[in-house]
Ligand binder design. Structure first.
Ligand code: UD1
Length: 425
């Protein structure tokens, strides 16, 4: 079992390059199933979740060529299996994103239900109801979604009861090859949804309105092959900038502009950080000052992202003042708080609200990562803790942060990955 050993109390200084966005790369890779020719995707981050989706696509028979820069060429025509098995779906819920493309292009799909996960129940009912509205026959049996359609899916108006990112993406993908027009109402506006729509349009789809709450998809007969570059990861960038604020340092993230990160940068500015940017970079300078506490209310884009909540809890744990952090998207996304309390944080949990009273310093302790963003919160808290912190179960962080220890080391952090074979999972 791998762990990070972090010796804290060191400000971060320097520049790093931001990787491609995990949450755009995953749906784009599954969308390649819709094409009838080879697709080449570049700027794909080297992450466990990307490996999982490629393993899933390879199991379905797809062939890949991957070069050293993670440009991935996919041949979708070698598919021979339409199943997403439990063993893979349970490790990554985003595997559900094969449902729409398989149904639309091949008329059948058998996808395991994802089940629960560390941050809440996370149902996929809206994906299923939406596919039914597009004409799919769906039964759920023995933990699997069995979906089929005779001929083509047909366009429909779908009013999504709740804003769902992968639900919007799954239905948008399914609708590209449907007969007629689909209108998705109350759609997610996340930049990764726009990136997926841009990719599909590059292949010949007719999708309008991505980035608004109403997306209109005019179904086309086929999608061709093509090339596409994945947009940068705003959550990765936000995590490093939050780490810079918390450690009172100065960090420039390159390869991303401020436009994708408005709500995150506003909150960072409220901590007292000096932020400068142009279209290709963002720099945060704390000028050695202690950050001020900021209130956070998570909600779908363009509001503050739930995927940055744990990192801001870490920041507030050490900031000047008291703050409230309200988690509105997932019901159980506060697993990091108990671990931060073990480091000396003064945080009280009341339902979906964390009340953080900033302390002068945290102390290193053994802590356990419970999910991807919780791990990021623990790592950045450790960067400012006195003494040594051992972060266990870091496989969670490898799901979503490319070369995190290399990038943090380049910024001056004292972080080391060890493989402790004596620790049982
Ligand atoms: C995506 C992101 C994840 C992020 C989340 C919220 C990817 C691969 N993952 O996850 O990083 O934290 O958006 O921004 O892009 N819901 C239902 N029924 C459904 C679908 C969702 O009730 O059928 C609920 C969920 O339980 C949750 C809310 O809707 O409370 C939002 O979830 P959703 O946007 O679907 O999250 P994901 O797409 O799984």
């Amino acid at each position: 079992m791998e762990q990070f050993i972090i010796n804290g109390d060191t400000p971060l200084f320097g520049e790093i390059k931001i990787s491609g966005a995990k949450n755009a790369a995953l749906p784009i890779l599954t969308a390649s199933l819709l094409a009838d020719g080879p697709v080449t995707i570049s700027n794909v981050p080297h992450l466990h979740d990307v490996t999982t989706i490629m393993t899933l696509l390879a199991k379905m028979g797809l062939e890949f060529t991957v070069d050293e820069q993670m440009n991935i060429e996919i041949d979708p025509n070698t598919i021979n299996d339409f199943t997403a098995p439990y063993e893979l779906v349970k490790t990554m819920r985003a595997s559900i994103l094969v449902l729409g493309p398989l149904l639309a292009r091949h008329g059948e799909a058998c996808v395991s239900l994802p089940g629960g996960c560390a941050i809440g129940s996370r149902p996929v009912d809206l994906h299923i109801e939406g596919m039914k509205a597009l004409g799919a026959d769906i039964t759920v049996d023995n933990g699997y979604i069995h979906a089929s359609v005779k001929g083509r899916l047909h366009g429909a108006t779908i009013n999504l009861e709740k804003i769902t990112v992968t639900g919007t993406e799954n239905l948008m993908m399914a609708a590209t090859l449907a007969k007629g027009t689909t209108v998705l109402k109350n759609a997610a506006k996340e930049p990764e949804v726009i990136d997926l729509a841009n990719f599909l349009n590059t292949l010949g789809a007719d999708i309008r309105g991505a980035g608004t709450h109403t997306i209109t998809i005019h179904g086309v007969d086929r999608l061709t092959g093509g090339q596409y570059r994945v947009l940068p990861d705003r959550i990765e960038a936000g995590t490093y900038l939050a780490a810079a604020a918390l450690t009172r340092g100065r960090v420039k993230v390159k390869g991303i502009g401020p436009d994708l990160m408005d709500s995150i940068l506003c909150k960072l500015a409220d901590t007292g950080a000096h932020i400068s940017s142009n279209c290709g970079w963002v720099e945060l300078d704390m000028q050695g000052n202690r950050p001020k506490a900021v209130d956070i209310n998570t909600a779908p884009y363009p509001a503050f992202p739930t995927d940055m909540q744990a990192q801001f809890v870490a920041l507030n744990a050490l900031a000047e003042g008291t703050s409230t952090v309200i988690e509105n998207v997932f019901e159980n996304r506060f697993m990091h708080i108990q671990e931060m309390q073990r480091m000396g944080a003064n945080i009280k949990l009341e339902g979906n609200t964390a009340i953080c009273t900033g302390v002068d310093s945290l102390n290193g302790a053994p802590v356990m990562a419970t999910d991807l963003r919780a791990s990021a919160g623990l790592v950045i808290a450790s960067l400012m803790a006195k003494g040594e912190t051992v972060v266990d179960r870091i496989y969670h962080i490898d799901r979503g942060y490319e070369c995190i220890e290399e990038k943090l080391s380049m910024l001056g952090a004292k972080i080391q990955r060890i493989n402790n074979k004596n620790i049982k999972s």
